[in-house]
Design a protein around this ligand. Structure first.
Ligand SMILES: Cc1cc2nc3c(=O)[nH]c(=O)nc-3n(C[C@H](O)[C@H](O)[C@H](O)COP(=O)(O)OP(=O)(O)OC[C@H]3O[C@@H](n4cnc5c(N)ncnc54)[C@H](O)[C@@H]3O)c2cc1C
Length: 391
């Protein structure tokens, strides 16, 4: 079941002073808006194209372990906290919205195709084991026992049982509905600038169309575009990282993939995420191309070449969709979360490759920030004020 956006979006600004305004209706902005409305706040969400960003394009892997890289230990900690929170978050959202979000506990198999890929997989296994993360190294035979469709050439794999997936599009729609049911007001506009006077309680957002909206609390959650809003100090060091993806469908006789397969194929990263009803998401390129979201022959060729070298039977699939999205990149791949020095101004962005995973913990943390006007200790590392010295 889907929930129609056109029924709930307003072309006119609100005629009331909201308790909070959220800039951006991706998973991050919507989940914060939902939490705030649950806590009794009247919320306005401003976006020119709700769900028009990365949240709709994502693959929905909840993968703090297979995304864990050296130097990102704080991010891993936050990711694990969010992963743990997922089941209760999903239950609450599904109960409230009366919509399913396709949460599946399937585990990940991370495979290496050639000897160099195997060496990289073994290195990551050892790094993650040192962090206390549960991963199991499997040889070629054991790997193909777990997933018989894998190429006989696969050298080794790491099994990560604790990782899961959610259908990000269903999650987006359920959040949209939950915000609406909670009394949220959607206003279709692009915010250009923030204006405030430290002595006055209300801050004002100015849209590109000149319309102004004032509120005591403003949350910036505009994904890869968050750094473009003027008047925010410090300016947010957010940049777009393009990812091209494919959605394909295998003939019924081939169905039966359970696990997320991530892999290295001759040094190239690729993954496939099998959904409940036969859809498979293949991703994703990682490109520094500014705000470009075109689909390129090179990008799609690379994805198909890499995935079919790991899973030859994917070549039997029909292509249903190609789409590119912009991940909100940030320094050290760490999100930017919490309050600015200016009272009543908050941010939740820079989730890069992990925004779907980090949705529960971000919405918990940011709604606490707004309600209590104090940041919870577990997001201190991610504070926007870490960039103040560079301002
Ligand atoms: C190919 C790909 C695969 C991914 N796979 C995964 C995955 O498997 N697991 C995972 O955890 N994460 C994944 N991610 C990352 C994840 O999608 C993002 O981190 C997450 O969606 C960010 O959510 P967001 O709400 O911050 O941004 P977005 O979803 O981009 O939403 C931002 C919103 O802000 C709006 N906006 C922009 N500018 C303005 C403005 N000036 N005024 C008002 N509104 C504005 C936009 O219209 C948009 O709707 C993937 C991303 C990509 C691109």
């Amino acid at each position: 079941m889907t929930f129609s956006l056109s029924k709930i979006i307003n072309l006119d600004p609100p005629t009331f002073v909201p308790d909070a305004v959220i800039v951006g209706a991706g998973v991050i902005g919507l989940s914060i808006a939902w939490r705030l409305s649950q806590k009794g706040m009247r919320v306005v969400i401003v976006d020119p194209k709700p769900l028009g960003g990365a949240s709709w394009v994502a693959a929905g892997m909840l993968a703090p372990v297979s995304e864990a890289n050296p130097g990102e230990e704080e991010l891993v900690r936050l990711g694990l906290k969010s992963l743990q929170r997922y089941p209760s978050f999903v239950k609450e959202l599904e109960d409230f919205s009366q919509m399913e979000v396709g949460y599946i506990s399937s585990g990940t198999l991370e495979v290496g195709l050639d000897a160099n890929d195997r060496a990289e997989i073994e290195f990551l296994h050892s790094f993650r084991s040192k962090l206390g993360l549960e991963t199991k190294l499997l040889d070629s035979t054991a790997t193909r026992k777990v997933e018989p469709s894998l190429s006989p050439g696969i050298q080794a794999s790491v099994s990560i049982e604790q990782e899961h997936q959610v259908d990000n599009r269903l999650l987006c729609q359920a959040l949209l509905k939950a915000v609406y049911l909670g009394g949220g007001y959607f206003y279709q506009a692009t915010i250009a600038e923030l204006k405030f006077d430290e002595k006055k309680p209300l801050k004002t957002l100015v849209a590109e169309n000149g319309i102004k909206i004032s509120s005591p609390n403003i949350v910036i959650a505009a994904g890869a575009w968050s750094g473009d809003i003027k008047g925010i100090i410090p300016q947010l060091p957010i940049y777009p990282i393009k990812g091209q993806t494919l959605r394909v469908r295998l003939p019924e006789s081939y169905l039966g993939y359970q696990k997320i397969i991530r892999g290295l194929a001759k040094g190239y990263h690729v993954y496939m995420v099998p959904r409940k009803h036969g859809e498979i998401i293949i991703g994703a390129t990682v490109e520094d191309k500014g705000f470009d979201t075109t689909i390129t022959v090179e990008g799609i060729y690379e994805l198909l070449r890499n995935i079919t070298s790991l899973l030859p039977n994917i070549s039997e699939a029909t292509i249903e969709e190609t789409l590119a999205g912009l991940r909100p990149g940030s320094p050290n791949n760490a999100p930017i979360l919490g309050s600015f020095a200016t009272q009543g101004l908050f941010v939740a962005t820079g989730h890069y490759r992990n925004g779907i995973l980090l949705t529960p913990v971000t919405s918990d943390a940011l709604s606490d920030c707004v309600i209590d006007q104090v940041d919870p200790a577990y997001i201190e590392y991610f504070s926007p004020n870490r960039f103040l010295k560079d301002a």
